[in-house]
Design a protein around this ligand. Structure first.
Ligand code: FAD
Length: 451
Protein backbone atom coordinates (compact mmCIF):
# COMPACT_ATOMS: atom_id res chain seq x y z
CA UNK A 1 0.00 0.00 0.00
CA UNK A 2 1.09 3.56 -0.64
CA UNK A 3 0.61 6.52 1.64
CA UNK A 4 -2.48 7.55 -0.32
CA UNK A 5 -4.15 4.23 0.32
CA UNK A 6 -3.49 2.91 -3.19
CA UNK A 7 -1.41 -0.13 -4.11
CA UNK A 8 1.79 0.26 -6.05
CA UNK A 9 2.70 -2.16 -8.84
CA UNK A 10 5.88 -0.88 -10.61
CA UNK A 11 6.54 2.58 -9.16
CA UNK A 12 3.15 4.07 -10.12
CA UNK A 13 0.50 4.72 -7.52
CA UNK A 14 -2.66 2.75 -8.22
CA UNK A 15 -5.97 3.57 -6.60
CA UNK A 16 -9.12 1.49 -6.56
CA UNK A 17 -12.73 2.58 -6.66
CA UNK A 18 -16.17 1.30 -7.54
CA UNK A 19 -16.91 3.96 -10.14
CA UNK A 20 -14.60 6.34 -11.99
CA UNK A 21 -16.30 9.33 -13.61
CA UNK A 22 -14.43 11.22 -16.35
CA UNK A 23 -15.47 14.88 -16.61
CA UNK A 24 -16.78 17.40 -14.10
CA UNK A 25 -19.50 19.01 -16.26
CA UNK A 26 -23.22 18.69 -15.48
CA UNK A 27 -23.37 15.06 -16.66
CA UNK A 28 -20.32 13.88 -14.69
CA UNK A 29 -21.23 15.77 -11.51
CA UNK A 30 -24.77 14.37 -11.54
CA UNK A 31 -23.60 10.77 -11.98
CA UNK A 32 -20.85 11.17 -9.36
CA UNK A 33 -23.21 12.70 -6.78
CA UNK A 34 -25.94 10.11 -7.19
CA UNK A 35 -23.59 7.11 -7.13
CA UNK A 36 -21.67 8.41 -4.11
CA UNK A 37 -24.98 8.92 -2.37
CA UNK A 38 -25.80 5.26 -3.00
CA UNK A 39 -22.69 4.36 -1.06
CA UNK A 40 -20.21 3.65 -3.87
CA UNK A 41 -16.61 4.77 -3.73
CA UNK A 42 -16.57 7.28 -6.58
CA UNK A 43 -13.54 9.07 -8.01
CA UNK A 44 -14.44 11.94 -10.36
CA UNK A 45 -11.75 13.41 -12.59
CA UNK A 46 -11.92 16.86 -14.18
CA UNK A 47 -8.96 18.03 -16.25
CA UNK A 48 -9.69 21.74 -15.77
CA UNK A 49 -10.17 23.71 -12.55
CA UNK A 50 -13.56 25.11 -11.69
CA UNK A 51 -14.69 27.74 -12.33
CA UNK A 52 -13.86 27.25 -16.03
CA UNK A 53 -15.59 28.76 -19.05
CA UNK A 54 -18.29 26.72 -20.80
CA UNK A 55 -21.02 27.59 -23.27
CA UNK A 56 -24.59 26.28 -22.78
CA UNK A 57 -26.25 28.78 -20.47
CA UNK A 58 -29.97 28.34 -21.03
CA UNK A 59 -31.67 25.54 -19.09
CA UNK A 60 -35.03 23.86 -19.62
CA UNK A 61 -37.98 23.53 -17.22
CA UNK A 62 -37.58 19.74 -17.14
CA UNK A 63 -34.15 20.32 -15.59
CA UNK A 64 -35.87 21.51 -12.42
CA UNK A 65 -37.16 18.12 -11.21
CA UNK A 66 -33.65 16.74 -11.76
CA UNK A 67 -32.21 19.60 -9.65
CA UNK A 68 -34.74 18.86 -6.97
CA UNK A 69 -33.91 15.14 -6.79
CA UNK A 70 -30.23 16.01 -6.76
CA UNK A 71 -30.80 18.55 -3.96
CA UNK A 72 -29.51 21.66 -5.76
CA UNK A 73 -32.68 23.48 -6.81
CA UNK A 74 -32.20 26.32 -4.29
CA UNK A 75 -28.60 26.76 -5.37
CA UNK A 76 -29.59 26.96 -9.05
CA UNK A 77 -32.31 29.47 -8.18
CA UNK A 78 -29.73 31.62 -6.43
CA UNK A 79 -27.42 31.54 -9.47
CA UNK A 80 -29.93 31.88 -12.27
CA UNK A 81 -31.98 34.38 -14.23
CA UNK A 82 -35.67 33.44 -14.27
CA UNK A 83 -36.60 32.11 -17.74
CA UNK A 84 -40.37 32.10 -18.37
CA UNK A 85 -40.22 31.03 -22.01
CA UNK A 86 -38.63 31.15 -25.42
CA UNK A 87 -39.51 33.69 -28.08
CA UNK A 88 -39.23 33.50 -31.84
CA UNK A 89 -39.57 36.20 -34.48
CA UNK A 90 -43.10 36.67 -35.81
CA UNK A 91 -45.06 38.83 -38.22
CA UNK A 92 -47.03 40.61 -35.50
CA UNK A 93 -46.86 44.11 -34.13
CA UNK A 94 -44.27 43.48 -31.45
CA UNK A 95 -42.20 41.28 -33.75
CA UNK A 96 -42.10 38.06 -31.73
CA UNK A 97 -44.18 35.25 -30.22
CA UNK A 98 -43.49 34.00 -26.74
CA UNK A 99 -43.82 30.29 -26.09
CA UNK A 100 -44.48 30.60 -22.35
CA UNK A 101 -43.59 27.43 -20.44
CA UNK A 102 -46.62 27.98 -18.20
CA UNK A 103 -48.78 26.96 -21.20
CA UNK A 104 -47.21 23.53 -21.61
CA UNK A 105 -49.66 20.64 -21.47
CA UNK A 106 -47.58 18.10 -19.57
CA UNK A 107 -46.19 18.21 -16.05
CA UNK A 108 -43.20 20.42 -16.81
CA UNK A 109 -42.52 23.33 -14.43
CA UNK A 110 -43.69 26.74 -15.69
CA UNK A 111 -40.21 28.23 -15.97
CA UNK A 112 -36.48 27.49 -16.09
CA UNK A 113 -33.24 29.41 -15.40
CA UNK A 114 -30.28 30.81 -17.30
CA UNK A 115 -26.88 30.58 -15.67
CA UNK A 116 -23.24 31.40 -16.02
CA UNK A 117 -22.00 27.91 -16.71
CA UNK A 118 -18.72 28.39 -14.85
CA UNK A 119 -20.66 29.06 -11.61
CA UNK A 120 -23.29 26.40 -12.26
CA UNK A 121 -20.75 23.70 -13.11
CA UNK A 122 -18.59 24.60 -10.10
CA UNK A 123 -21.62 24.37 -7.81
CA UNK A 124 -22.58 20.94 -9.21
CA UNK A 125 -19.06 19.56 -8.86
CA UNK A 126 -18.83 20.84 -5.28
CA UNK A 127 -22.22 19.25 -4.63
CA UNK A 128 -20.91 15.89 -5.88
CA UNK A 129 -18.06 16.29 -3.38
CA UNK A 130 -20.54 17.04 -0.59
CA UNK A 131 -22.44 13.87 -1.55
CA UNK A 132 -19.26 11.87 -0.93
CA UNK A 133 -17.54 11.68 -4.33
CA UNK A 134 -13.79 12.19 -4.39
CA UNK A 135 -13.99 14.94 -6.99
CA UNK A 136 -10.58 16.01 -8.29
CA UNK A 137 -9.63 18.97 -10.47
CA UNK A 138 -6.61 19.36 -12.71
CA UNK A 139 -6.62 15.55 -13.20
CA UNK A 140 -6.79 14.48 -16.83
CA UNK A 141 -7.55 10.94 -17.89
CA UNK A 142 -5.04 10.25 -20.65
CA UNK A 143 -5.68 6.56 -21.28
CA UNK A 144 -8.45 4.07 -20.63
CA UNK A 145 -8.12 0.32 -20.93
CA UNK A 146 -10.74 -2.25 -20.15
CA UNK A 147 -8.99 -5.26 -18.62
CA UNK A 148 -12.02 -7.25 -17.58
CA UNK A 149 -15.77 -7.00 -17.13
CA UNK A 150 -15.40 -5.19 -13.82
CA UNK A 151 -11.89 -3.90 -14.24
CA UNK A 152 -11.19 -0.68 -16.11
CA UNK A 153 -7.79 0.92 -15.93
CA UNK A 154 -7.30 4.70 -16.17
CA UNK A 155 -4.02 6.57 -16.55
CA UNK A 156 -4.32 9.99 -14.97
CA UNK A 157 -1.99 13.00 -15.30
CA UNK A 158 -2.28 15.92 -12.93
CA UNK A 159 -1.48 19.47 -13.92
CA UNK A 160 1.29 19.60 -11.32
CA UNK A 161 3.14 16.89 -13.22
CA UNK A 162 2.19 13.72 -11.32
CA UNK A 163 0.70 10.61 -12.85
CA UNK A 164 -1.12 7.67 -11.33
CA UNK A 165 -3.46 4.83 -12.21
CA UNK A 166 -7.01 3.96 -11.18
CA UNK A 167 -8.70 0.58 -11.25
CA UNK A 168 -12.47 0.99 -11.38
CA UNK A 169 -15.26 -1.56 -11.36
CA UNK A 170 -17.36 0.73 -13.55
CA UNK A 171 -16.57 3.68 -15.81
CA UNK A 172 -18.86 6.62 -16.50
CA UNK A 173 -17.51 8.70 -19.37
CA UNK A 174 -18.89 12.23 -19.17
CA UNK A 175 -15.94 13.89 -20.92
CA UNK A 176 -18.19 16.14 -23.03
CA UNK A 177 -17.31 16.85 -26.63
CA UNK A 178 -13.85 15.30 -26.12
CA UNK A 179 -15.87 12.04 -26.09
CA UNK A 180 -12.83 10.15 -24.80
CA UNK A 181 -14.11 6.57 -24.88
CA UNK A 182 -16.32 6.95 -27.94
CA UNK A 183 -13.38 8.37 -29.93
CA UNK A 184 -10.93 5.77 -28.64
CA UNK A 185 -13.24 2.87 -29.45
CA UNK A 186 -14.28 4.41 -32.81
CA UNK A 187 -17.92 4.59 -31.80
CA UNK A 188 -18.30 8.25 -32.71
CA UNK A 189 -20.07 9.08 -35.97
CA UNK A 190 -20.71 12.46 -37.54
CA UNK A 191 -24.34 13.38 -38.06
CA UNK A 192 -25.10 13.18 -41.79
CA UNK A 193 -28.36 15.11 -41.42
CA UNK A 194 -27.17 18.33 -39.85
CA UNK A 195 -23.96 20.29 -39.25
CA UNK A 196 -23.36 23.73 -37.83
CA UNK A 197 -20.85 25.82 -35.89
CA UNK A 198 -21.20 28.75 -33.53
CA UNK A 199 -19.68 32.17 -32.99
CA UNK A 200 -20.63 34.12 -29.87
CA UNK A 201 -19.81 36.73 -27.24
CA UNK A 202 -21.23 38.39 -24.11
CA UNK A 203 -22.68 41.89 -24.23
CA UNK A 204 -23.55 44.48 -21.62
CA UNK A 205 -26.33 46.95 -22.32
CA UNK A 206 -28.32 44.85 -24.82
CA UNK A 207 -32.05 45.45 -24.93
CA UNK A 208 -34.28 43.09 -22.92
CA UNK A 209 -37.75 42.00 -23.87
CA UNK A 210 -40.35 44.11 -22.06
CA UNK A 211 -42.20 43.10 -18.87
CA UNK A 212 -42.60 39.47 -18.03
CA UNK A 213 -40.74 38.39 -21.19
CA UNK A 214 -37.51 39.94 -19.91
CA UNK A 215 -35.92 36.59 -19.03
CA UNK A 216 -36.87 34.83 -22.29
CA UNK A 217 -34.32 33.25 -24.53
CA UNK A 218 -34.84 34.86 -27.96
CA UNK A 219 -34.23 32.84 -31.10
CA UNK A 220 -33.83 34.42 -34.53
CA UNK A 221 -33.60 32.67 -37.83
CA UNK A 222 -31.38 34.08 -40.59
CA UNK A 223 -30.21 32.92 -43.98
CA UNK A 224 -27.16 31.02 -42.67
CA UNK A 225 -28.68 29.51 -39.52
CA UNK A 226 -30.07 30.90 -36.29
CA UNK A 227 -29.07 33.28 -33.48
CA UNK A 228 -29.66 33.42 -29.74
CA UNK A 229 -29.96 36.08 -27.03
CA UNK A 230 -29.78 34.72 -23.48
CA UNK A 231 -30.15 37.06 -20.48
CA UNK A 232 -27.56 36.17 -17.82
CA UNK A 233 -26.95 37.50 -14.30
CA UNK A 234 -25.47 41.00 -13.78
CA UNK A 235 -27.05 42.51 -16.88
CA UNK A 236 -25.02 40.45 -19.34
CA UNK A 237 -26.57 39.03 -22.50
CA UNK A 238 -25.08 36.00 -24.23
CA UNK A 239 -25.43 36.53 -27.97
CA UNK A 240 -24.37 34.13 -30.68
CA UNK A 241 -25.02 32.69 -34.09
CA UNK A 242 -25.12 29.05 -35.09
CA UNK A 243 -24.20 28.93 -38.75
CA UNK A 244 -23.96 26.46 -41.55
CA UNK A 245 -20.49 25.31 -42.50
CA UNK A 246 -20.22 27.21 -45.80
CA UNK A 247 -20.93 30.51 -44.06
CA UNK A 248 -18.43 30.04 -41.25
CA UNK A 249 -15.78 29.00 -43.76
CA UNK A 250 -15.77 32.59 -45.02
CA UNK A 251 -14.35 33.70 -41.68
CA UNK A 252 -10.84 35.04 -42.22
CA UNK A 253 -8.97 35.09 -38.93
CA UNK A 254 -10.77 35.17 -35.61
CA UNK A 255 -12.42 38.52 -35.53
CA UNK A 256 -14.83 40.49 -33.48
CA UNK A 257 -15.95 42.07 -36.76
CA UNK A 258 -17.09 38.74 -38.13
CA UNK A 259 -19.41 38.25 -35.15
CA UNK A 260 -20.78 41.80 -35.42
CA UNK A 261 -21.25 41.53 -39.20
CA UNK A 262 -23.04 38.23 -38.69
CA UNK A 263 -25.37 39.67 -36.03
CA UNK A 264 -26.28 42.50 -38.41
CA UNK A 265 -27.74 39.88 -40.76
CA UNK A 266 -30.70 39.72 -38.38
CA UNK A 267 -31.97 43.31 -38.25
CA UNK A 268 -34.39 42.48 -35.42
CA UNK A 269 -31.62 41.11 -33.21
CA UNK A 270 -29.14 43.79 -34.21
CA UNK A 271 -31.53 46.53 -33.07
CA UNK A 272 -31.30 45.06 -29.56
CA UNK A 273 -27.51 44.74 -29.57
CA UNK A 274 -26.08 47.62 -31.60
CA UNK A 275 -25.71 49.97 -28.61
CA UNK A 276 -24.30 47.25 -26.34
CA UNK A 277 -20.67 46.72 -25.37
CA UNK A 278 -18.93 43.41 -26.10
CA UNK A 279 -17.56 42.31 -22.72
CA UNK A 280 -13.76 42.04 -22.80
CA UNK A 281 -13.91 42.39 -26.59
CA UNK A 282 -13.89 38.61 -26.52
CA UNK A 283 -15.44 36.35 -29.18
CA UNK A 284 -15.46 32.57 -29.17
CA UNK A 285 -15.99 30.06 -31.93
CA UNK A 286 -16.96 26.44 -31.58
CA UNK A 287 -17.44 23.70 -34.13
CA UNK A 288 -20.77 22.14 -33.24
CA UNK A 289 -20.23 19.11 -35.41
CA UNK A 290 -23.29 17.10 -34.40
CA UNK A 291 -22.47 13.47 -33.70
CA UNK A 292 -23.54 10.45 -31.75
CA UNK A 293 -21.95 7.15 -30.74
CA UNK A 294 -22.96 3.81 -32.14
CA UNK A 295 -23.28 2.43 -28.61
CA UNK A 296 -24.10 4.08 -25.28
CA UNK A 297 -22.73 1.44 -22.96
CA UNK A 298 -21.24 -2.01 -22.58
CA UNK A 299 -20.04 -4.29 -19.79
CA UNK A 300 -18.61 -1.99 -17.13
CA UNK A 301 -18.96 1.33 -18.98
CA UNK A 302 -21.53 3.91 -19.97
CA UNK A 303 -21.48 7.23 -21.85
CA UNK A 304 -23.26 10.30 -20.53
CA UNK A 305 -24.17 13.67 -22.08
CA UNK A 306 -22.02 15.05 -24.89
CA UNK A 307 -19.66 12.09 -24.46
CA UNK A 308 -22.47 10.07 -26.06
CA UNK A 309 -24.02 12.53 -28.51
CA UNK A 310 -24.27 16.19 -29.37
CA UNK A 311 -27.26 17.98 -30.91
CA UNK A 312 -27.40 21.47 -32.39
CA UNK A 313 -28.26 23.66 -29.36
CA UNK A 314 -31.21 25.61 -30.85
CA UNK A 315 -33.59 24.25 -28.19
CA UNK A 316 -31.11 24.43 -25.26
CA UNK A 317 -31.33 20.70 -24.75
CA UNK A 318 -27.69 19.80 -23.90
CA UNK A 319 -27.54 20.27 -20.13
CA UNK A 320 -30.92 18.64 -19.62
CA UNK A 321 -30.03 15.63 -21.77
CA UNK A 322 -26.68 15.32 -19.94
CA UNK A 323 -28.18 15.53 -16.44
CA UNK A 324 -31.30 13.43 -17.02
CA UNK A 325 -29.18 10.88 -18.92
CA UNK A 326 -26.69 10.83 -16.04
CA UNK A 327 -29.49 10.25 -13.56
CA UNK A 328 -30.72 7.26 -15.57
CA UNK A 329 -27.18 6.01 -16.13
CA UNK A 330 -26.43 6.15 -12.38
CA UNK A 331 -29.42 3.89 -11.72
CA UNK A 332 -28.16 1.45 -14.40
CA UNK A 333 -24.64 1.41 -12.92
CA UNK A 334 -26.05 0.76 -9.45
CA UNK A 335 -28.26 -2.11 -10.58
CA UNK A 336 -25.55 -3.58 -12.82
CA UNK A 337 -23.05 -3.67 -9.96
CA UNK A 338 -25.60 -5.42 -7.76
CA UNK A 339 -27.08 -7.74 -10.41
CA UNK A 340 -24.59 -8.07 -13.29
CA UNK A 341 -26.92 -10.33 -15.30
CA UNK A 342 -29.35 -7.45 -15.79
CA UNK A 343 -26.73 -5.11 -17.23
CA UNK A 344 -27.24 -5.76 -21.00
CA UNK A 345 -31.02 -5.25 -20.78
CA UNK A 346 -30.68 -2.14 -18.62
CA UNK A 347 -28.17 -0.58 -20.98
CA UNK A 348 -30.34 -1.36 -23.99
CA UNK A 349 -33.34 0.32 -22.38
CA UNK A 350 -31.27 3.34 -21.35
CA UNK A 351 -29.95 3.82 -24.88
CA UNK A 352 -33.36 3.39 -26.47
CA UNK A 353 -34.87 6.00 -24.19
CA UNK A 354 -32.07 8.51 -24.73
CA UNK A 355 -32.17 8.09 -28.51
CA UNK A 356 -35.97 8.48 -28.59
CA UNK A 357 -35.80 11.80 -26.71
CA UNK A 358 -33.00 13.05 -28.93
CA UNK A 359 -34.89 12.05 -32.08
CA UNK A 360 -37.90 14.10 -30.95
CA UNK A 361 -35.69 17.18 -30.56
CA UNK A 362 -33.88 16.40 -33.82
CA UNK A 363 -37.03 16.45 -35.92
CA UNK A 364 -37.46 20.12 -35.04
CA UNK A 365 -33.75 20.96 -35.11
CA UNK A 366 -33.12 19.61 -38.62
CA UNK A 367 -36.07 21.48 -40.07
CA UNK A 368 -35.95 24.63 -37.97
CA UNK A 369 -34.55 26.88 -40.68
CA UNK A 370 -36.73 25.48 -43.47
CA UNK A 371 -39.62 27.53 -44.88
CA UNK A 372 -42.32 25.22 -43.55
CA UNK A 373 -41.12 25.17 -39.94
CA UNK A 374 -40.39 28.90 -39.98
CA UNK A 375 -43.94 29.55 -41.07
CA UNK A 376 -45.27 27.30 -38.31
CA UNK A 377 -43.17 29.06 -35.64
CA UNK A 378 -44.01 32.55 -36.89
CA UNK A 379 -47.74 31.90 -36.99
CA UNK A 380 -48.46 29.15 -34.48
CA UNK A 381 -51.95 27.63 -34.36
CA UNK A 382 -53.20 25.82 -31.34
CA UNK A 383 -55.61 23.46 -33.11
CA UNK A 384 -55.64 20.16 -31.15
CA UNK A 385 -53.25 21.91 -28.71
CA UNK A 386 -50.43 21.47 -31.19
CA UNK A 387 -48.79 24.74 -30.21
CA UNK A 388 -48.90 23.69 -26.56
CA UNK A 389 -47.38 20.35 -27.54
CA UNK A 390 -44.49 22.28 -29.09
CA UNK A 391 -44.13 24.31 -25.88
CA UNK A 392 -43.85 21.05 -23.94
CA UNK A 393 -41.12 19.95 -26.34
CA UNK A 394 -39.36 23.29 -25.74
CA UNK A 395 -39.66 22.62 -22.00
CA UNK A 396 -37.88 19.28 -22.47
CA UNK A 397 -40.95 17.15 -21.76
CA UNK A 398 -40.36 14.61 -24.50
CA UNK A 399 -39.74 11.34 -22.77
CA UNK A 400 -42.72 10.20 -20.74
CA UNK A 401 -45.88 12.27 -21.22
CA UNK A 402 -48.27 10.53 -23.68
CA UNK A 403 -50.37 13.61 -24.42
CA UNK A 404 -47.22 15.49 -25.43
CA UNK A 405 -45.82 12.61 -27.47
CA UNK A 406 -48.92 12.11 -29.57
CA UNK A 407 -49.15 15.83 -30.29
CA UNK A 408 -45.57 15.78 -31.49
CA UNK A 409 -46.56 12.93 -33.83
CA UNK A 410 -49.51 14.93 -35.05
CA UNK A 411 -47.29 17.96 -35.54
CA UNK A 412 -45.11 15.85 -37.88
CA UNK A 413 -48.18 14.97 -39.91
CA UNK A 414 -49.26 18.60 -40.21
CA UNK A 415 -45.67 19.50 -41.13
CA UNK A 416 -45.70 16.90 -43.92
CA UNK A 417 -49.00 18.20 -45.28
CA UNK A 418 -47.70 21.80 -45.27
CA UNK A 419 -44.50 20.59 -46.96
CA UNK A 420 -46.48 18.88 -49.72
CA UNK A 421 -48.35 22.10 -50.43
CA UNK A 422 -45.06 23.85 -51.16
CA UNK A 423 -43.00 20.83 -52.10
CA UNK A 424 -40.53 22.57 -54.43
CA UNK A 425 -39.28 24.90 -51.66
CA UNK A 426 -39.36 22.06 -49.15
CA UNK A 427 -37.26 19.82 -51.44
CA UNK A 428 -34.72 22.60 -52.16
CA UNK A 429 -34.28 23.24 -48.42
CA UNK A 430 -33.95 19.52 -47.70
CA UNK A 431 -31.25 19.05 -50.37
CA UNK A 432 -29.33 22.12 -49.17
CA UNK A 433 -29.40 20.90 -45.55
CA UNK A 434 -28.03 17.48 -46.47
CA UNK A 435 -25.31 19.03 -48.62
CA UNK A 436 -24.31 21.23 -45.66
CA UNK A 437 -24.18 18.22 -43.38
CA UNK A 438 -21.70 16.57 -45.75
CA UNK A 439 -19.54 19.70 -46.01
CA UNK A 440 -16.28 19.69 -44.07
CA UNK A 441 -15.12 22.60 -41.99
CA UNK A 442 -11.73 24.00 -42.95
CA UNK A 443 -9.27 23.43 -40.05
CA UNK A 444 -10.41 23.22 -36.51
CA UNK A 445 -10.99 20.06 -34.62
CA UNK A 446 -10.70 22.24 -31.58
CA UNK A 447 -14.05 22.25 -29.85
CA UNK A 448 -13.60 25.79 -28.59
CA UNK A 449 -11.35 28.49 -30.04
CA UNK A 450 -11.02 31.86 -28.49
CA UNK A 451 -10.83 34.63 -31.07
C1 FAD B 1 -22.70 27.04 -29.09
C2 FAD B 1 -23.34 26.16 -28.07
C3 FAD B 1 -24.44 26.61 -27.36
C4 FAD B 1 -25.05 25.79 -26.41
N1 FAD B 1 -26.13 26.26 -25.72
C5 FAD B 1 -26.75 25.46 -24.82
C6 FAD B 1 -27.83 25.96 -24.04
O1 FAD B 1 -28.22 27.11 -24.15
N2 FAD B 1 -28.40 25.10 -23.15
C7 FAD B 1 -27.96 23.82 -22.98
O2 FAD B 1 -28.54 23.10 -22.18
N3 FAD B 1 -26.91 23.36 -23.68
C8 FAD B 1 -26.30 24.13 -24.58
N4 FAD B 1 -25.20 23.67 -25.26
C9 FAD B 1 -24.78 22.28 -25.03
C10 FAD B 1 -24.05 22.13 -23.68
O3 FAD B 1 -22.93 22.96 -23.68
C11 FAD B 1 -23.62 20.69 -23.47
O4 FAD B 1 -24.57 19.81 -24.00
C12 FAD B 1 -23.41 20.34 -21.98
O5 FAD B 1 -22.39 21.13 -21.43
C13 FAD B 1 -23.06 18.85 -21.85
O6 FAD B 1 -22.65 18.55 -20.53
P1 FAD B 1 -21.61 17.37 -20.28
O7 FAD B 1 -21.50 17.21 -18.81
O8 FAD B 1 -21.97 16.19 -21.11
O9 FAD B 1 -20.23 17.88 -20.90
P2 FAD B 1 -19.36 19.18 -20.50
O10 FAD B 1 -20.20 20.20 -19.86
O11 FAD B 1 -18.63 19.58 -21.74
O12 FAD B 1 -18.33 18.61 -19.44
C14 FAD B 1 -17.31 17.74 -19.81
C15 FAD B 1 -16.13 17.96 -18.87
O13 FAD B 1 -15.18 16.91 -19.07
C16 FAD B 1 -13.89 17.42 -18.93
N5 FAD B 1 -12.97 16.51 -19.61
C17 FAD B 1 -12.91 16.25 -20.94
N6 FAD B 1 -11.97 15.32 -21.20
C18 FAD B 1 -11.45 14.98 -19.99
C19 FAD B 1 -10.42 14.06 -19.61
N7 FAD B 1 -9.77 13.33 -20.51
N8 FAD B 1 -10.11 13.94 -18.28
C20 FAD B 1 -10.78 14.70 -17.36
N9 FAD B 1 -11.74 15.59 -17.68
C21 FAD B 1 -12.08 15.72 -18.98
C22 FAD B 1 -13.99 18.80 -19.58
O14 FAD B 1 -12.96 19.66 -19.12
C23 FAD B 1 -15.37 19.24 -19.14
O15 FAD B 1 -15.34 20.03 -17.97
C24 FAD B 1 -24.56 24.48 -26.19
C25 FAD B 1 -23.43 24.03 -26.89
C26 FAD B 1 -22.83 24.85 -27.82
C27 FAD B 1 -21.63 24.35 -28.57
Amino acid sequence: MTASGGVSMTDQTVEQCDVAVIGGGPGGSTAAALLARRGYKVIALEKAHHPRFHIGESLLPMNLPVFERLGVLDKVRALGVFKPGADFEADNERGYNTYAFARAIGQSPPHAYQVWRQDFDQMLYQHARECGADAREGHEVVRVEQRGLRETWLDVKTDDGRSYGIEARYLVDASGRDALLSTKNKLRRKNDQHQSAAIFGHFRGAEYRPGEDAGNISIYSFEHGWMWMIPLPDGVMSVGAVCRPDYLKQRKGRTVEFLLDTLKLSPALWRRVEQAELVGNEVRVTGNYSYDSTQMGGPGWVLVGDAFAFLDPVFSSGVYLAMSGAEQAAAVVDQSLREPKREPGLLRRLEKRQRAGMARFSFFIYRFNGPVMQQMFRQPRNTWQLEQGVISMLAGDLFDTPKVLWRLQLFKLVYAICGLRDWRRWRAEHKYRLAQARAQFAGGNTPLDKA
